[in-house]
Write a protein that binds this ligand. Structure first.
Ligand code: NDP
Length: 450
């Protein structure tokens, strides 16, 4: 292979998917080149999952301090320092950048810290040099989409939020997806006054309706100001901060506006048209189940293909491409029943079909639901209810959806995702002994259909 091409595999983009594919391919003995113009580790490591989760931990402390009083703890007034959090977070991200670099170089891949552009299906130009590769992998991720609002240029996106010099006291978040909800919780937990505006009737479209409604209730109880069915029509900078006009007629004065209104595939300016790679209407690279594009030797994984835009999915796709091309075994990544979580306060997590999806697919479904006060809050006094829900297909008895709102929801649903993957039935859930006392045991003790 490597006699006729400079590389066996050339990967554009060193994010989650690109790094996995590159290092596994190199491990199989392939000669691998990787171009990355921004940061090693991509969005997840630098301006996504990892720094976000660190900030969620930071925000969670405020509730933990409040809850501690019911258990006999008293403490002097606690205070929060944004700069310390950002500096410590940056140090960890820098360490991870190094880990990613070593993962690639240790496997034998060559990293080029430049933008790469295709000029034909086998040739990329990197820093003015032409390089050829038998296979090309495009793993360039996605980028925040700003809404077409007058004054949107004074708002920030999730790209900037991790490097704010200070925590603004009054924050408006536009968008009701994963990022908007998570940052509403982060900012509120750290002490800001938060307003979140979503254009639809309820945020988190695509999640189970019971979870969506219950989370909205919990966020409102805490003091987050949620506006649904509302648009932001204009943003304007004033001497006091930023004025936002809402379609409801409300005039909001805030210090920061963050748009979390989706992300689009990073497919522009890469020479896709020169290599004749087909894009869809949303500029996502069109791929088949093996992540192969319309050009035989060009593959694409992760957000740039706009399938399930989640880090573990990109990693699985990258692994599958490396296995297919250099490991001689093909595997199709299953994009169904992918578990996911929103790290809100309390968090929600989900796997499989929502009740609405299940009803439209199967007609009749059985629903098991439990709403309860977590044990911890019997002493903390916090007015919070956990929600657990199973969706069962009655003919086979299989559990086809599991949904949770409550502490550790993501950790719990990850385990249940294995059961769903194995096709577990409600009878098998029922035959499983719980761990007592936990919230998770509720999933194996729900007997009453709702
Ligand atoms: P999402 O696609 O999840 O949500 C976008 C939100 O913005 C929706 O509420 C959408 O409304 C709204 N919206 C879109 N366009 C406009 C507009 N022009 N005006 C007003 N509102 C608008 O995107 P996010 O930015 O929250 O996150 C991007 C992706 O990142 C997610 O889809 C997810 O794949 C990934 N992610 C995953 C996380 C996790 O796993 N925990 C965390 C963070 C991100 P509507 O519903 O009406 O379309």
């Amino acid at each position: 292979m490597s006699q006729t091409f400079d590389f066996d595999l050339f990967t554009i983009g060193a994010g989650s998917g690109g790094v996995r594919a590159s290092r596994i391919a190199a491990g199989y003995g392939a000669k691998v080149g990787v171009a990355e113009e921004r940061y090693l580790g991509g969005t997840c490591v630098n301006v996504g999952c990892i720094p976000k989760k660190l900030m969620v931990y930071a925000a969670d402390f405020s509730e933990a301090f409040e809850d501690a009083a019911g258990f006999g703890w008293s403490h002097d007034r606690s205070s929060f320092d944004w700069r310390t959090l950002v500096a410590n977070k940056d140090r960890e991200i820098e360490r991870l950048n190094g880990v990613y670099e070593r993962l690639l170089t240790g496997a034998g891949a060559q990293i080029m810290r430049h933008r790469a552009q295709l000029i034909d299906p086998h040739t990329v130009v990197v820093d003015g040099k032409r390089l050829t590769a038998r296979y090309i992998l495009v793993a360039t991720g996605s980028w925040p989409t700003m809404p077409p609002i007058s004054g949107a240029e004074i708002a920030i996106s999730s790209n900037e939020v991790f490097h704010l010099p200070a925590l603004p006291p009054r924050i408006l978040i536009i968008g009701g997806g994963y990022i908007g909800v998570e940052f509403a919780g982060i900012f509120y937990g750290l002490g800001a006054q938060v307003t979140q505006v979503h254009r639809g009737p309820l945020f988190l479209r695509g999640f189970d309706d019971d979870l969506r409604a219950a989370l909205a209730g919990e966020m409102r109880k805490r003091g987050i100001d949620l506006h649904f069915g509302t648009l932001v029509t204009r943003l304007e900078r004033t001497a006091e901060g930023i004025v936002a006009m809402l379609s409801s007629g409300t005039r909001l004065e805030v210090d920061l506006v963050m748009c979390a209104t989706g992300r689009h595939p990073n497919s522009a300016g890469l020479g896709m048209e020169k290599a004749t790679v087909r894009l869809d209407r949303n500029s996502a690279i069109v791929v088949n189940e093996y992540s192969q594009t319309s050009v035989e030797n060009i593959y694409a994984v992760g957000d740039v293909t706009n399938r399930r835009n989640l880090t573990p999915v990109a990693i699985a796709e990258g692994q599958a491409v490396a296995d297919l091309l250099f490991g001689s075994h093909s595997r199709i990544v299953d994009h169904k029943s992918v578990p996911s979580a929103v790290f809100s306060q309390p968090p929600i997590a989900t796997v499989g079909l929502t009740e609405t999806e299940a009803r439209s697919r199967y007609g009749t479904v059985e629903i098991y639901k439990s709403v309860f006060r977590p044990l911890k809050h019997t002493l903390s006094g916090r007015d919070e209810r956990a929600l657990m829900k199973l969706v069962v297909e009655p003919k086979s008895g299989r559990v086809i959806g599991a949904h949770m709102l409550g502490p550790d929801a993501a950790e719990i649903i990850q385990g249940l995702a294995i059961a769903l993957k194995c096709g577990a039935t409600k009878a098998q859930f029922d035959a499983t002994i719980g761990i007592h006392p936990t919230a998770a045991e509720e999933f194996v003790t729900m007997r009453e259909k709702s």
